[in-house]
Design a binder for this molecule. Structure first.
Ligand SMILES: N[C@@H](CCC(=O)N[C@@H](CS)C(=O)NCC(=O)O)C(=O)O
Length: 284
């Protein structure tokens, strides 16, 4: 969105961040217009440092210039600041609210560290162990889904709610991890409720455009223990024909490069060139 004077809601973020995605989904659900202030990786803007001096992390929501930090606090803030817009993100009943907060905290405190451990695992043994922890963590959420959804399509009932946002923001990255590890995390047979939920979540109007761009994050293994992650930034203004052709349509922005000698990085870039078309076709 173009920079505009007088927009009362601004979000400091970066599109590949799952935490930023949480704030965007909440704002979308409430139909709140906002200006997206894109941070560059490896650099922190003066505005970010001033707005979140404690953690210095994205996302930060600026409402009339006042900063709100931490993704799930932003989600709650959006729910409370725009109560009349859209459906409530947290349930009204105090006990139900407590349950939803519990499972959202579980995603950040238990599941997310397991995912991080998997992406850092160096040995086959460590990978198997970490992947097992992610799967065990998701199985608990499969059970929780039965309890929270009350037979409807989302953790939040008949629409996206608090736990949906907390967990769903990682679905793009889970796909990336499935590609790199070869492990199917949300298996349709073992976790049928979560598998169907994930499809519904990604297809939801408040999510669709954003999660799709996340899926073109590309991770390439250049050897067993050497991984390079690049992000292919998709410009939403480009037309479909140009997207199909690739090339000009994308700006390749290498983000992480983990222990990659330059020859491997070159190979990686070559693979990216090929993969991005495949990825784009797949998601369209
Ligand atoms: N607990 C935070 C986590 C946010 C977070 O880790 N953001 C990452 C981007 S995905 C970040 O800003 N990293 C920069 C840094 O760690 O310095 C939240 O929920 O908002």
């Amino acid at each position: 969105m173009a920079a505009a004077e007088g927009i009362e809601v601004k979000l400091i973020g970066a599109w590949p961040s799952p935490f930023v995605l949480r704030a965007r989904i909440a704002l979308n659900l409430k139909g709140v217009e906002y200006e997206f202030l894109q941070e560059k990786f490896g650099e922190k803007s003066e505005l970010l440092l001033r707005s979140n001096p404690v953690y210095k992390k994205i996302p930060v929501l600026l409402h009339h210039g006042k900063p709100i930090c931490e993704s799930m606090i932003i989600v709650e803030y959006v729910d409370e600041a725009w109560p009349a817009a859209g459906r409530a993100i947290l349930p009204a009943d105090p006990y139900e609210r407590a349950l939803h907060r519990f499972w959202a905290a579980y995603v950040d405190d238990k599941l997310n560290p397991s995912g991080a451990a998997l992406s850092k695992a160096q040995t086959e043994e460590a990978k198997v162990e970490a992947a097992g922890q992610v799967i065990a963590g998701l199985k608990l959420l499969e059970e929780a889904f039965g309890r929270l959804s009350k037979g409807e399509g989302f953790f939040g009932g008949d629409d996206i709610g608090y736990v949906d946002i907390a967990l769903g923001c990682f679905l793009g990255w889970l796909k990336v991890m499935e590609k790199t590890s070869g492990v199917k995390f949300i298996d349709e047979e073992k976790m049928p409720l979560l598998a169907r939920w994930a499809e519904r979540f990604c297809a939801h109007e408040a999510v669709k455009a954003r999660i799709v761009t996340l899926w073109v994050a590309i991770v390439v293994m250049v050897s067993d223990n050497d991984m390079v992650i690049s992000f292919v930034d998709v410009d939403s203004n480009i037309d479909d024909e140009e997207k199909e052709k690739g090339g000009k349509a994308f700006a390749l922005a290498p983000h992480h490069s983990v222990s990659s000698p330059s020859s491997k990085a070159a190979l990686h870039l070559h693979q990216c060139q090929r993969m991005k078309m495949k990825q784009v076709r797949h998601i369209r």
